[in-house]
Write a protein of this length. Structure first.
Length: 253
């Protein structure tokens, strides 16, 4: 991620998975995720995120290869904790690797990793990736016990799942939304105090981004689905510019 381009020390990683989803719906060669990544870069994105799923339902191995060779922005590779994905991360050596839970039947990453139950396995998968110089992040729920496990595993970063907060917001379940936001705030302060870098993402939109962007310990937001959808109406560049503006304004307040 390009630190110098991030006013208020809050970076935006643009997730381009769903450009590949649209491409794959027709089995065509377009729209091209690399082209979207280049537009994101010119719009001020600080990094590009792509999730290589086990079933390759959106991003493919070829996309990762192209992104690694042709992109000047740094790549954050999201992956499940499997031997196959570990080998891919070791081969491509992306700037960052974010380990996420993955179930074939889910539509998206529905909750954070259970880092406590899978501590030894996560250590085995992530240690060589950290040793080669990729920054390892664990995608977890905002739970201090999961944060403790991330520290024991040796992760440099935790990314907090904001999906429940966003769902409650759109379902107008105000007290649950506020409770979830407070959990994220408290977990961010806790993780930061333990020396971890804090990221957040999942389900964020123009309406939900500000309270998360305002959390002072959060250094990076990863946003995809909403931005790619909004690109249909505004264009990708405008969608990203708007999102960054909202992030910067929230951080200033
Ligand atoms: N962060 C992580 C770890 C994710 O797995 C995802 C979804 O791929 C996102 C952020 C972005 O979520 P969304 O596409 O809902 O913005």
């Amino acid at each position: 991620m390009n630190e110098s381009k991030s006013p208020g020390n809050l970076r935006l990683g643009v997730n381009i998975d769903h450009v590949a989803t649209v491409r794959n719906a027709r089995g065509s060669s377009y729209p091209d995720p690399l082209r979207a990544a280049l537009v994101a870069e010119s719009a001020g994105a600080d990094g590009i995120t792509a999730h290589l799923r086990e079933d390759r339902r959106h991003i493919s191995d070829g996309d990762i290869e192209k992104l690694m060779s042709e992109l000047s922005l740094q790549l954050n590779l999201e992956m499940a904790a499997t031997a196959e994905m570990q080998e891919i991360a070791l081969r491509f050596k992306p700037h960052a690797v974010c380990v996420v839970p993955e179930r074939r039947e889910e539509r998206t990453t529905e909750s954070g990793l259970d880092a406590i139950s899978h501590e030894e396995h996560l250590k085995e998968i992530t240690r060589p990736i950290s040793e080669q110089g990729s920054r390892v992040s664990l995608f977890i729920d905002a739970d201090p016990l999961q944060v403790d496990a991330a520290v024991r595993i040796g992760a440099a970063v935790v990314e907090f799942h904001t999906g429940a907060y966003c769902d409650y917001y759109f379902e107008k379940r105000r007290s649950e939304c506020e409770r979830e936001l407070n959990r994220i705030r408290e977990a961010a302060a806790y993780a930061n105090a333990l020396g971890l870098e804090v990221h957040a993402g999942h389900g964020l939109t123009f309406e939900t981004v500000a309270p998360i962007a305002k959390i002072p310990q959060v250094a990076e937001l990863n946003i995809g689905h909403f931005l790619i959808g909004e690109a249909i109406f505004l264009g990708l560049e405008s969608a990203i510019l708007n999102m960054k503006k909202l992030m910067v304004e929230a951080r200033k307040k």
